[in-house]
Design a protein around this ligand. Structure first.
Ligand code: MTE
Ligand code: MO
Length: 302
């Protein structure tokens, strides 16, 4: 796994956007480096230096069952989703509960740019340049109470705009959750954009979770509720098939899915000649996250 501190967003940003950003940055930098509210210019130590997938790949090959079950369905069907206005309910064991307009929820928080590896439980992977808010900053702003041991998330339920919800594919709303230390880990992102654009609807606009060391199904899309809870919350794929999808869902090449191996993966866009590549422990983020699970049996807590 290689992280690079000198990788610049310009390396992955389409040139027109890059030039535009650079003009903005020149102006802002002239004022004061400390006054920047725009996304951090250089990607941080959190970013991988692997070549990102194209915008077309990232927004054209999706899992978002609210819009259908095939990989092409979300791109074809998610255009119908209204993402403005957008409100998020914050409830449970938290100091500042309420129903927040998305802009108010995120106001004052820094937007970061991070290039993350993304590994689906179906054994395909991508490299995605996200923009987003570090979840820890949002949770801290909301004020978790000591009894809050987990954070639970829910996706929008709006069958008139989400054609997959007119069918009983899953039990809606889609639900996910993290243990508090996972939620507070600096790698955990609430993504609001990719490639310097707003998130495409099919990728979970206007706000979705990204936990790069976990299988993709943890990265819940189009979030409308954040609950601070004492107990491990129910999660969609675990409710569906508990023996196949655990709560933790940490990428682990040594623990196979009951129906297929997790030892290798197919990089979307790599072409047939490239072949499969080895899957890395914690998806390559072991140095950062392995300590969260010390003493835990990762075969039992899959
Ligand atoms: N609400 C919701 N979130 C979801 C899903 C879904 O079906 N509904 N699919 C998950 C799965 S299985 C994956 S692999 C990722 C895919 O994210 P992407 O389409 O942005 O690559 O979204 C996750 N988040
Ligand atoms: Mo997935």
């Amino acid at each position: 796994m290689s992280f690079k501190s000198d990788l610049r967003w310009s390396d992955v940003t389409p040139k027109s956007l890059y030039l535009n950003r650079r003009q903005i940055m020149t102006g802002a930098a002239a004022l004061s480096a400390a006054s920047l509210t725009a996304p951090a210019w250089a990607a941080s130590e959190f970013s991988t230096d692997e070549a990102p997938n194209t915008f077309e790949e990232i927004s054209g090959y999706n899992n978002y069952y609210e819009f259908g079950t095939s990989k092409e369905d979300p791109a074809a069907n998610a255009g119908s989703l209204t993402t403005k206005p957008w409100s998020v309910v914050v409830d449970g064991l938290v100091d500042k509960p309420g129903t927040y307009d998305l802009g108010d929820l995120l106001s004052g928080l820094t937007v970061e740019e991070r290039i993350y590896r993304f590994r689906c439980v179906e054994a395909w992977s991508m490299i995605i340049p996200w923009q987003g808010i570090q979840l820890s900053n949002l949770l801290t702003k909301l004020g978790p109470q000591p009894g809050a041991k987990f954070v639970a998330f829910e996706t929008l339920v709006r069958p008139e705009e989400m054609i997959g919800q007119q069918m009983g594919i899953l039990e809606w709303p889609y639900r996910e959750g993290l243990r508090m230390d996972e939620a507070m880990h600096p790698l955990t992102l609430m993504a609001t954009g990719l490639y310097d654009r707003d998130l495409p609807n099919q990728n979970g606009a206007p706000i979705r979770l990204v936990t790069p060391w976990k299988y993709g199904f943890k990265s819940i899309k189009s979030i409308v509720r954040i609950s601070f809870v004492a107990d491990m919350p129910p999660t969609t794929w675990n409710m569906m098939a508990a023996n196949e999808y655990g709560f933790y869902a940490n990428v682990n090449p040594e623990v196979d899915h009951p129906r297929w191996s997790q030892a290798s993966e197919r990089r979307i866009g790599a072409g047939l000649l490239a072949g499969r590549q080895d899957t890395l422990m914690f998806n390559g983020y072991a140095d950062q996250v392995a300590s969260l699970y010390s003493g835990m049996d990762l075969a039992a807590n899959y």
